[in-house]
Design a protein around this ligand. Structure first.
Ligand SMILES: Nc1ncnc2c1ncn2[C@@H]1O[C@H](COP(=O)(O)OP(=O)(O)OP(=O)(O)O)[C@@H](O)[C@H]1O
Ligand SMILES: CC(=O)C(=O)O
Ligand SMILES: [K+]
Ligand SMILES: [Mg+2]
Length: 599
């Protein structure tokens, strides 16, 4: 049995009336004709539209014109070759594999083992470093649920990062994973240099250290730190506080001697290579100098070229101050790689980024709450409320959001997390962030896989608890569409998600070429998982970052009935769904909502 609501909207002529038709699929039994008000804000939209849409019972003639029939024929059944390992250049190949469906091996195993409802909704990102750069370690993370591998251009050489990307791509290709790659830029903030080959140095209380812009031979003189910013000695004042990594270690400036700045350690701790430095005067962050540095340095531009050439899926920009830099980068990427599908993620980790939050998020494809540096720029006790605000705003604006840094910091050294860390992870899951990120825990910690397991288990547990208790607050989701067609997609997704909750369906299916409808469904955070079918590998990998989406690659046509039949038989054959499962399907070719049991 299947019931469908089709909204076929003509947008070809600005004067033509818009009709929404409730069509009758071959197996549906809806009757009658009625008026169905569709909420619509005409401001700024091109197509003049009536305040309500007329719904009529469509002809049962399968040849009757519908949105699907009028849609572009060129959109039919295009298949794109896998871009794994070849730098993200998509090549159109004949639709030879129309009979196959691709889902990553880990999700497939999870679906078979636990059924629909218990799949993890929160996505997981691991920073790859010396502890995890080998193929075996990468595979262990992929099996453990890593959806995205992050490489941080602050550390390592491009050659090192290239090898990591190659290994991830090879694993995807050979073992059937779908791990996406995120490249994170260094950004031009002030930071320490390498520690002359040492992996860390301990600064003890009361010790005097020299911070200097001089270039030193390796090994460095004892208790000496190189600083990357030439104006450092001029800018600091005696009495300033110098914070390493946002306060993990703290010094007080006691004397300036030419390019050297003598500092006494006031909060002891571990100094890590290239750690970030901030200085504070009378309790406030000294920001004037940083404000002069460009967000994207010349080294960052070279790294970005590298990322484009390697076909990374996401580029995360550090220390974003305004929307302009994001807009500039996006047009740069478009010009450099016409076919590329690289998403730009704005890292919110500075006072300026908080000040211009909404415009930055609007300009970006997603955001990261980079709590490490953020906590160095605002009082620590302010970080949790800023996190909540950013997560909420991103959801309202339909942009994926990542919560990052120190989630399981103690697991760098210990095999179990602290209770407080588990509570912090739970809070991010409860806020329904799209993704959680490991940094040092997976890059250089002793227990990367265990840390990932903690994220996975806590996510699953908290998500289930909130679903069962129906705890989640209803969030007001503002209209974000910029065209009438987008408004319809938005309304369809909001309605479909609501129906899915009320009818307690097993899964939402969405057929989407560019991923937009899938993200609109994800934004609603429905109770059931969302199977997102898309025609290209790059879109499929990109959807990996978004809450609740299970991305599949599938060649599909504009004929929803045949798409559904094909999907059902392919998924049933692989044991991922079974007869009787209740499904709601939407698509971005045919604007419709269909409710059906899997035959
Ligand atoms: N590619 C790498 N090579 C060597 N060490 C790395 C690498 N990536 C990360 N690390 C180590 O892991 C630590 C944590 O990683 P992370 O990416 O969070 O670095 P970060 O410099 O603290 O963050 P960010 O620069 O994004 O603010 C780093 O301080 C560094 O010691
Ligand atoms: C991830 C990052 O850049 C930070 O937390 O500062
Ligand atoms: K970085
Ligand atoms: Mg940072």
């Amino acid at each position: 049995m299947s019931q469908s609501l089709n909204l076929s909207i003509s947008t070809s002529s600005p004067t033509s009336p818009n009709f929404a038709s409730l069509s009758r699929a071959s197996t549906s039994f809806l009757t009658g004709s009625f008026r169905f008000p569709v909420k619509f804000r005409p401001s700024g939209l091109r197509t003049p539209a009536p305040p309500e849409l007329l719904i009529t019972k469509a002809s049962s003639d399968p040849e009757a014109p519908s949105a699907s029939a009028s849609a572009s024929a060129s959109a039919a059944a295009a298949t794109l070759g896998s871009d794994n390992g070849v730098g993200g250049v998509l090549s159109a190949v004949p639709p030879a594999d129309t009979g196959s469906i691709e889902v990553d091996a880990v999700t497939e195993a999870e679906l078979k083992e636990n059924g629909f409802r218990s799949t993890r909704r929160t996505k997981l990102i691991c920073t790859i470093g010396p502890a995890t750069c080998g193929s075996e370690q990468l595979e262990a993370l992929a099996v453990g649920g890593m959806n995205v591998a992050r490489i941080n251009m602050c550390h390592g050489t491009r050659e090192w990062h290239r090898r990591v990307i190659e290994r991830v791509r090879r694993l995807n290709e050979e073992k059937g994973y779908a791990v996406a790659i995120m490249m994170d830029t260094e950004g031009s903030e002030i930071h320490m240099g390498e520690l002359g080959g040492a992996s860390s140095e301990k600064a003890e209380d009361g010790e005097v250290w020299i911070f200097s812009v001089r270039a030193f031979e390796s090994p460095l003189p004892e208790r000496t730190i190189h600083v990357n910013y030439d104006g450092f000695a001029e800018d600091v004042k005696v009495g300033d506080d110098l914070l390493v990594d946002g306060g993990m270690v703290r010094f007080e400036v006691i004397e300036k001697i030419g390019p050297d700045v003598k500092c006494r350690c006031t909060d002891p701790g571990l100094l890590l290579p290239r750690a970030n430095l901030t200085f504070w005067r009378h309790g406030s962050l000294v920001r004037e100098r940083n404000a002069m540095l460009p967000t994207i340095s010349s080294k960052d531009w070279l790294d970005i070229d590298f990322g484009i050439a390697e076909g990374v899926d996401f580029i995360a920009i550090s220390f974003v101050k305004s929307a302009e830099v994001i807009t500039h980068l996006r047009s740069y990427i478009k010009a450099r790689a016409r076919d590329s599908d690289i998403s730009v993620i704005a890292k919110i980790e500075s006072v300026d980024s908080l000040r211009n939050l909404e415009e930055i998020i609007l300009a970006s494809d997603g955001a990261m709450v980079a709590r490490g540096d953020l906590g160095a720029q605002i009082p620590l006790e302010q970080v949790p409320s800023e996190q909540q605000k950013i997560v909420q705003l991103c959801r309202q604006l339909n942009k994926p959001v990542i919560v990052a840094s120190q989630l399981l910091e103690s697991m760098i050294e210990y095999p179990t997390p602290t209770r407080a860390e588990v509570a912090d992870v739970s809070e991010a899951v409860r806020q329904r962030a799209d993704a959680l990120m490991l940094s040092g825990e997976s890059a250089m910690g002793q227990y990367p896989e265990k840390a990932l397991t903690v994220l996975r288990n806590v996510s699953l547990r908290i998500e289930r608890w909130w679903r069962e208790e129906k705890h989640h607050e209803v969030m007001e989701l503002p209209d974000i569409a910029s065209s009438f067609a987008d408004s319809i997609s938005e309304e369809i997704c909001n309605s479909a998600a609501k129906m899915a909750n009320n009818l307690e369906v097993d899964a939402l299916f969405v057929y989407t070429k560019d991923g937009h409808m899938a993200s609109l469904l994800s934004r609603c955070r429905p109770d059931c998982p969302i199977f997102a079918f898309t025609t290209t590998t790059s879109v499929r990998r990109r959807l990996n970052l978004q809450w609740g989406l299970i991305p599949f690659r599938l060649s599909f046509s504009d004929d929803m009935e045949s798409n559904l039949n094909k999907t059902f038989s392919l998924l049933k054959a692989r044991g991922m769904i079974k007869s009787g499962d209740l499904v709601i399907a939407v698509s971005d070719m045919l604007q419709s909502i269909q409710v059906m049991n899997v035959p």
